[in-house]
Design a protein. Structure first.
Ligand code: HEC
Ligand code: HEC
Length: 366
């Protein structure tokens, strides 16, 4: 039996040592290392990474493999990235970009525990010391910030922050999740081994504050909408216009069909299967009517059953073609020859004014 006095003394000593450690860390401006994963968690997280993320972020987390998916190993991201800077985009995605949400709650394939473990796994792999950044707002002159932004940043990030070949800095979900200091840290230090240079030697501290304030001024208070998950289509509904004629597409590079031709075929009630190859959460929020969720990471042996071989299959994604190309290559290898990919991707389709159907989102009515 432990003596209660010794027990409380040990407890007090523990608290004191802990506070001292925290105080020291605070002084040094660093955070304790992230939670350590067990061997099993590491195995699952690493497999989940390869299955779900490598397509765009690269097998080595180097980024920029498809679309402009950022590096998931740069020093500055992980030293400034509180877990949420990784966890949230992974869970909820970045609205209107190729980054969809992977959390089951929004229709994605991972549980909350899995998204946390993958977050910690990414921190572990990056292996950098985490900095304690202030959460206070960064103040600056928005008008001046816009001028400096247009001159130095818009060529990659877009005149409106929409992202040209770099992340969309004006993106509402990114701005809702990233603090001012996180943004400023990226501008100052760049992202190692990516096209994003460190601007701390090129621009004054004031200019960097001004740009940060300008970017913040674009935020509109986005929050994740609650998706009411739709039931997934069953095999008897896979083929659209079962009794219609087959379409006769002329494919570019033996692979691609244009939005114009696909729309015309749909209007003419042609017989087809449409595969939405994105992460299933984004099928839940918006998809081309009649398409079935057929994510790039699906186990083909399970998903392909129910799709006849003689029907015209068209796959689409938003990146704008990577996930669909990947799926069609695998289907062709299995003898599905009447196959094609939508050239413009689903965002291109929408930008051209063609319709998508929206999933049911709480509080939003059409
Ligand atoms: C040559 C193209 C280029 C220019 C110019 C450029 N950036 Fe970037 N920027 C990138 C790329 C690419 C990334 C993503 C890097 C990565 O992590 O892989 C990035 C990342 C960032 C990020 C981090 C975003 C996030 O969510 O993690 C911020 C913030 C940023 N840039 C701000 C700026 C600002 C402000 C300027 C102008 C002062 C600027 N950039 C100029 C290409 C550029
Ligand atoms: C279809 C391509 C694609 C896939 C697959 C994908 N991502 Fe992304 N991801 C992107 C793009 C594009 C962005 C940048 C969006 C923007 O802000 O413009 C991004 C951004 C991110 C960011 C924010 C990084 C930063 O610098 O702020 C994180 C974190 C992230 N992805 C994690 C993941 C994880 C984890 C997975 C797998 C579970 C994954 N992504 C799968 C395309 C993808």
């Amino acid at each position: 039996m432990a003596n209660p006095i010794i027990k409380s003394l040990t407890f007090i000593t523990l608290i004191l040592t802990h506070s001292l450690a925290v105080a020291q860390q605070h002084e040094a401006g660093t955070l304790p290392p992230p939670r350590k994963l067990t061997q099993e968690q590491t195995k699952v997280a690493s497999a989940n990474y390869q299955k779900y993320c490598a397509l765009c972020h690269g097998a080595d987390r180097q980024g920029h493999v498809n679309d402009h998916a950022p590096s998931l190993r740069s020093k500055s991201l992980f030293e400034s990235g509180v877990p949420h800077a990784i966890l949230r985009p992974m869970s909820y995605g970045r609205v209107d970009t190729a980054m969809g949400g992977y959390l089951d709650e929004v229709g994605g394939p991972m549980t909350l525990d899995e998204t946390w473990d993958l977050t910690y796994w990414l921190f572990e792999q990056a292996g950098v010391e985490r900095l304690r950044l202030s959460t206070n707002p960064v103040h600056g002159d928005i008008t001046k910030g816009e001028q400096v932004y247009q001159k130095n940043c818009s060529s990659c990030h877009g005149v409106k922050g929409e992202g040209v070949n770099a992340p969309a800095l004006g993106n509402q979900s990114a701005l809702a999740h990233n603090t001012d200091e996180f943004i400023r840290h990226a501008i100052q230090n760049g992202r190692q081994n990516t096209p994003m240079l460190a601007f701390k030697d090129k621009l004054s501290g004031d200019d960097i504050n001004n740009i940060t304030a300008f970017l913040r001024s674009k935020a509109s208070g986005w929050k994740a909408e609650k998706t009411i998950l739709r039931a997934l289509p069953t095999p008897e509904n896979y083929v659209i216009n079962k009794n219609g004629d087959d379409p006769n597409f002329t494919l570019q590079d033996n692979m691609y069909v244009s939005s114009k031709d696909l729309y015309a075929a749909l209007q003419a009630n042609k017989r087809m299967v449409l595969l939405d190859t994105r992460v299933t959460s984004v099928w839940q929020t918006a998809h081309i009517e009649g398409s079935i969720p057929f994510p790039y990471y699906a186990d083909l042996d399970e998903t392909v059953a129910g799709i006849p071989k003689d029907v015209q299959i068209i796959a689409y994604c938003s990146c704008p073609r990577a996930a669909a190309d990947h799926t069609i290559d695998k289907l062709r290898a299995r003898g599905y020859t009447r196959t094609a990919v939508l050239w413009e991707g689903v965002f291109g389709w929408m930008n051209l004014g063609y319709p998508v159907t929206r999933g049911d989102i709480e509080g939003v009515s059409d």
